[in-house]
Design a protein around this ligand. Structure first.
Ligand code: R5P
Length: 314
């Protein structure tokens, strides 16, 4: 006898409850109740508070601070769902943990993004939904279906409302070229690339040549994340030096390490657009947060109904 999976069950970890509520609202469901706590000995614990037997379970956890607690809490929730006889478990990771440690590019270093994939699988995840990866190769770390969702439709809709005459899309480095090209194609704009290099020893950023025309143009830098703001602000400064009229930026994941927002506010950047893959409340109107909840809700709906996820981004 084949057991049919009954309904979508959305469980939220403690990393981003607002996003979880937004997604649940769009899916017209209630979040599945869960108790999450930390014992005095620092151990985490969770208990799913209603039956999820044979249900199609989606567990939402983004890699918010404290990153290691978010990760362990996710593993515990997956484990609990497994023991609770969930029909299928999908881990939904708007910002993937340890996303930047994705290759063995130095001697004696770990590939932590791959290790995270192994841990998710060991815990019992059967599918992965994640967003705007630093590098696409992370999808191949999984021996299970893994989809990369993109914030492109949301961001492009927002940018299209602006006057984009004489605008150029800029990738701050070669690694981001494919992403920038995708945006440029959707917006029908030309592209430029910076030759950014990071010193592996001290993480200092060096900007080399710019390939493409930026003089007298309005530039929009497209990057996957903003952490210290070093990449963005160095790139913006180099563009201004090369004669760009004005610089704005899209950085999808708002990590905003200490003081980064202050640096952005003090800079000449016209606007910085981020999404809510991580919880972040801007202090300035120059930083705009777009919600990616509709993308996550549609992807969950499609996975549940066995429909294509990639069609969302054509
Ligand atoms: C690097 O390759 C990434 O694509 C981002 O440019 C980088 O993570 C941004 O970090 P930060 O804001 O610290 O320069």
């Amino acid at each position: 006898m084949v057991l049919m999976m009954k309904a979508i069950k959305l469980i939220s970890g403690s990393s981003h409850p607002l996003l979880a509520q937004e997604i649940a609202k769009l899916l017209k469901i209630k979040l599945t109740p869960i108790t999450l706590k930390k014992f005095p000995n620092d151990n985490l614990f969770c208990r799913i508070e209603e039956s999820i037997r044979n249900e199609d379970v989606f567990i939402l956890q983004t890699s918010a601070l404290p990153v290691n607690d978010s990760l362990v809490e996710l593993l515990l929730m997956i484990d609990a769902a497994k023991y609770a006889s969930a029909g299928r478990i999908t881990a939904v990771l708007p910002y993937y943990p340890y996303v930047r440690t994705d290759k063995k590019d130095q001697p004696r270093v770990p590939v932590t993004a791959r290790l995270v994939a192994d841990m998710l699988q060991t815990a019992g995840a059967e599918r992965i939904l994640t967003m705007d990866l630093h590098a696409l190769q992370i999808l191949s770390f999984f021996r299970m279906p893994a989809d990369q969702l993109l914030s492109v439709p949301i961001v492009v809709d927002y940018l299209k409302k602006k006057d984009l005459k004489n605008t150029v899309i800029v990738s701050p480095d070669v690694g981001g070229l494919q992403r920038a090209r995708f945006y440029a194609k959707k917006l029908n704009l030309p592209i430029a690339i910076m030759d950014k290099r990071r010193d592996p020893k001290n993480q200092k950023i060096n900007i080399g040549v710019i390939i493409g025309e930026v003089k007298e143009k309005y530039a929009i830098i497209i990057d996957d994340e903003i952490s210290t703001g070093g990449t963005l602000l160095e790139t913006a400064a180099a563009l201004i030096k090369q004669g760009a009229k004005e610089v704005s930026a899209v950085c999808i994941h708002p990590i905003f390490a200490k003081d980064t927002e202050k640096k952005v506010i003090r800079s000449k950047l016209k606007e910085l657009v981020v999404t809510n893959t991580l919880p972040f409340k801007p202090k300035s109107k120059r930083v705009r947060v777009l919600s990616i909840a509709p993308i996550l809700a549609q992807a969950i709906h499609r996975v549940h109904n066995g429909a294509s996820v990639s069609e969302l981004f054509i």
